[in-house]
Design a protein around this ligand. Structure first.
Ligand SMILES: [Zn+2]
Length: 129
């Protein structure tokens, strides 16, 4: 992931951008905030990658929730319980590993931030329309 500011190129990975409340929001614990670059104060917005919205991570979560339910184990024969537990654990690890690999390989050079467009600036009352 490339954490550089899209306008000036300063790395925002560790300190991150400045967070400001939306116009009209309470200064203390606002519900909506926007981001400014620390160096050039350009309004920037998070640039999400499609992998971040991926549903691949749902299957391992479903497996964990199923395995935590006593009802799930009730309808599995006693002799097969160990193999089912091992099988589901392998599927769980494979799904998580696949997700991590996909995330790591596809977002290596992906920019974390992009400059806010006209519509987003108008929404913030930062630019007269
Ligand atoms: Zn900047």
């Amino acid at each position: 992931m490339n954490y550089a500011c899209p306008h000036c190129g300063v790395n925002l990975r560790f300190k991150g951008p400045i967070r400001r409340p939306y116009p009209g929001e309470c200064k203390f614990l606002p519900t909506r905030t926007y981001f400014l670059c620390r160096a050039c104060e350009t309004v920037i917005v998070p640039n999400g990658h499609s992998v971040e919205g991926s549903k691949v991570i749902m299957l391992p979560m479903l497996i964990v929730f199923a395995m935590l339910q006593p009802e799930f184990w009730r309808w599995i024969p006693a002799t097969a319980k160990n193999s089912v537990a091992v099988g589901l654990s392998i599927i769980f690890v494979a799904c998580v590993a696949y997700f991590c690999w996909q995330f790591h390989s596809q977002t290596k050079t992906w920019p974390r931030w992009r400059v806010a467009n006209e519509q987003e600036l108008v929404q913030l009352n930062l630019k007269p329309d």
